[in-house]
Unconditional design. Structure first.
Length: 151
């Protein structure tokens, strides 16, 4: 007798569990809340990573420009370009690379005076002790707090 009641109970439970066709509204709501919570945590991190990648790419492009200037210097009897770096193209670099950081427009303009408006700042004055230096033409600091002109 006890065995028959147990078998009927198991059949009833199995029938109830197997007859369910989907999530209840409460279960679906909980799943949606969990997904929204996870998105809320991850999106700011992805935005931060995107900004750091842009900064890293700009620093890489700065290194490419400096390398091209050094090659020019070596091939031209110890003189740096006296223009806005167009003399580097196409022999030393295929094109002037872009500087792109958060809050500023993407730019590959080379200015011979610091404007803070983006792109690059190149010192082309032979009488300036910093002749031949190229810097990022931005005011402010990167995400690490380092002034853009000190890169």
């Amino acid at each position: 007798m006890k065995q028959k009641i147990f078998v009927n109970t198991v059949k009833t439970l199995r029938g109830n569990l197997c007859s369910r066709k989907g999530f209840s509204k409460v279960e679906a709501l909980c799943a949606v809340i969990i997904v929204i919570f996870l998105i809320g945590i991850s999106v700011p991190k992805f935005i931060s990573l995107h900004n750091e990648c842009q900064e890293g790419n700009t620093n890489y492009n700065l290194a490419r420009l400096r390398s091209a200037i050094a090659a020019y210097y070596g091939n031209n009897k110890g003189t740096y370009p006296t223009d806005n770096l167009q003399s580097l193209i196409p022999v030393y670099i295929e094109s002037i690379p872009f500087a792109k950081v958060k809050g500023h427009k993407k730019s590959n303009m080379v200015s011979t005076e610091f404007t803070g408006k983006g792109g690059w700042y190149y010192i082309n004055d032979k009488n300036d002790p910093a002749w031949g230096e190229v810097k990022i033409n931005l005011d402010g600091a990167d995400s690490s707090g380092v002034d853009w002109r000190n890169h």
